[in-house]
Design a protein around this ligand. Sequence first.
Ligand SMILES: Nc1ncnc2c1ncn2[C@@H]1O[C@H](COP(=O)(O)OP(=O)(O)OP(=O)(O)O)[C@@H](O)[C@H]1O
Length: 251
Amino acid sequence: MTVFNPPTSSDPHGKEVFIRCRNVSKSYRKGKTIVTPLEALDLDVGRGEFLALMGPSGSGKTTLLNLIAGIDSPTTGELWVDKQNLASLKRGQLTAWRAKHCGYIFQLYHLVPILTAFENVELPLLLDRSLSRKERHSKVAAALDLVGLANRADHRPTELSGGQEQRVAIARAIVTNPGLLVADEPTGDLDRKSATQVLDLLREFSSEYRKTIVMVTHDAVAANAAQRTLHLEKGQLVEQVQITTSEPTEV
Ligand SMILES: Nc1ncnc2c1ncn2[C@@H]1O[C@H](COP(=O)(O)OP(=O)(O)OP(=O)(O)O)[C@@H](O)[C@H]1O
């Protein structure tokens, strides 16, 4: 197998490479057959870039997102995220890497219903024993403030709108200050106004805080909020659209 070096170079657009996939394939055994949702995929994503992934159902979008997030490992190939080769990490190491470096945003928020917004956002910080209670609380307050929900800290998920629930989930994803945010259909269950708020937040994290964001979406309007859209078809990248504007897009 070819061994690649960590991405220290710039991509063709002059950006520092943050995610680099080389010859990445992923296969699953389904009974007697082998399913290969991703095949020999190459991809570079710049630091601070906001990338949208589109493609038909079953084209491998979530599979790729889960590899980039360190939830799963490639069957073959190399996958670097910020100088760490994820393909070389064992399951426990991947879990530790993910807790520190990646925030995951789900379509259906995945908040714990019996906890308040504050307690939900605090959850990832409880894994970090080096933080005092006071430090934890100030990070949670800052994250809720960033998503515009400081005044909803004591509310439980059932007392929040879908858009507010998603913004709490975003606060939970960013509270550990990860360099990478991945989002699987983050606006799929939201009305257009709430979707716009969520997309504006993601744009802000990319442009103001240089978070690298990879978002799977079926919605072309949501994809238009990203800087670049890639299309997956049967596990291959088939089309690349470069969006040059950095102005907020009305959605
Ligand atoms: N753990 C698994 N075991 C077996 N097959 C899997 C597994 N995960 C994904 N697949 C298969 O890989 C293919 C791609 O799935 P994936 O979820 O990545 O597609 P997707 O593009 O995200 O689809 P959708 O838009 O419907 O969410 C599908 O055929 C799926 O059945």
